[in-house]
Design a protein around this ligand. Structure first.
Ligand code: GLA
Length: 379
């Protein structure tokens, strides 16, 4: 039985009645455009076929009661008196808080939560949870699903309630993706286009099984360095610096800041080139861009770890691989490879073995289908 069946059955078991509504929001893998979102730049993520599901029914008081199948724990809170606590329930409270601050009138609900996005792996299980919760509130409270606005609600919950200073990419793709497509997003205007995944290639996520350690401080440090570099160039964000301008002025910039800026500026270019390559079906070019992105993240932005470098190198050496790179925030977690669709199994077993030999670690591989963004079904 799939997760949706699980959450529906668990709802019946717990509440003795059937749910009225089922919502789903996916995790994501970023194809290219890393750390560009908080520089007002371009990204090209794809929603994956792993998601968070909530089976629910409205309540007539203003309370939310939600049970997590993974954590075997129930969280309950009143919408009129939201208080901070700890754990997975904070994402839901955070979303409720953002929506109310933005003037949405919310109804309460009972729900069962489940999903299959690996947690803490860099596949945005938290954005999926935020968007599933937002979709649930939209369903019971009767407001329209405006993907960009709802993504901002999710990001606001993460920034202001949970206290993680992420960009908008993960929430946007979970809110707005279209099946079969990646999402080409301008993180300044929040305009986006759905770009079909080329024929003949598979997107393979490779989880190194290492986890980011002190990621928040390193992530925030990168953000601060990018802001300082933008200030040096006299612009609001590094998005506004062309390669020509960078080349003209960069010798005056301190080396670390110069390399951070170079990553962002070249990565934005790579996203635009990747979109063009996808449109013309030029998968070789797309693969080369993946490899260049990884090198830039490793050498200039310095957000890879040894395991990410090892798995990416092992992937790049396989003949079925068009390109590979780390994906997400970095410092551990997952890499992504573009692989000949006919050879995914051979690729997976060879790279798994090569990585095991080099690192002594077991990797998880997921061949991912580009899936639909947040959705709702009446039952
Ligand atoms: C994390 C953040 C995103 C983005 C990526 C890096 O996934 O949540 O907003 O900054 O890192 O591209």
């Amino acid at each position: 039985m799939k997760t949706e069946g699980f959450v529906i059955q668990a709802f019946r078991d717990m509440f003795g009645d059937k749910p009225t509504t089922l919502v789903r929001a996916p995790g994501r893998v970023n194809l290219i455009g890393e750390h560009t979102d908080y520089n007002a730049g371009f990204v090209l993520p794809m929603a994956i076929d792993r998601a968070v599901w909530i089976a629910l029914r409205p309540r007539d008081d203003r309370r939310v009661q939600i049970h997590s199948l993974d954590y075997e724990e129930t969280v309950e809170f009143p919408l009129d008196d939201l208080r901070k606590g700890e754990g997975w329930g904070e994402y839901i409270k955070g979303v409720a808080n953002e929506l109310q601050v933005e003037g949405f009138k919310l109804a309460g609900w009972d729900g069962i939560l489940g999903g299959d996005v690996p947690k803490g792996a860099g596949l945005s299980s938290s954005a999926a949870l935020e968007l599933a919760a937002t979709r649930a509130f939209a369903a019971v409270s009767g407001f329209d699903w405006q993907p960009a606005r709802m993504a901002q609600i999710g990001q606001g919950a993460e920034n202001r309630w949970v206290g993680v200073n992420c960009g908008i990419m993960d929430q946007m793709v979970s809110a707005a993706a279209q099946a079969g497509h990646a999402l080409f997003l301008d993180c300044r205007s929040l305009e986006y286009e759905h770009v079909p995944l080329p024929q003949g290639v598979a997107v393979v996520v490779m989880d190194t099984s290492t986890r980011r350690g002190l990621v928040d401080s390193a992530y925030n440090e990168r953000r601060t360095q990018c802001e300082a570099a933008a200030e040096f160039f006299g612009v609001p964000a590094l998005r506004d610096v062309s390669l020509e301008e960078f080349n003209r002025k960069n010798s005056e910039l301190e080396n670390t800041f110069m390399r951070r800026a170079r990553h962002i500026i070249t990565e934005n270019q790579r996203v635009l080139q990747a979109v063009a390559a996808m449109r013309t079906g030029d998968v070789r070019k797309l693969g080369i861009l993946f490899n260049e992105s990884h090198a830039s993240l490793r050498d200039d932005f310095e957000v890879t770890n040894e395991a990410l470098n090892q798995i990416v190198e092992a992937a790049q050496m396989h003949s079925a691989c068009l390109g590979a790179r780390m994906t997400g925030g970095g410092f551990g977690g997952c890499a992504v490879a573009l692989v000949d669709r006919e050879q995914v199994e051979a690729f997976t077993s060879a790279v798994m073995e090569a990585y095991r030999r080099r690192s002594g670690l077991e990797a998880q591989f997921y061949a991912c289908q580009p899936s639909q963004g947040a959705s709702m079904a009446m039952l």
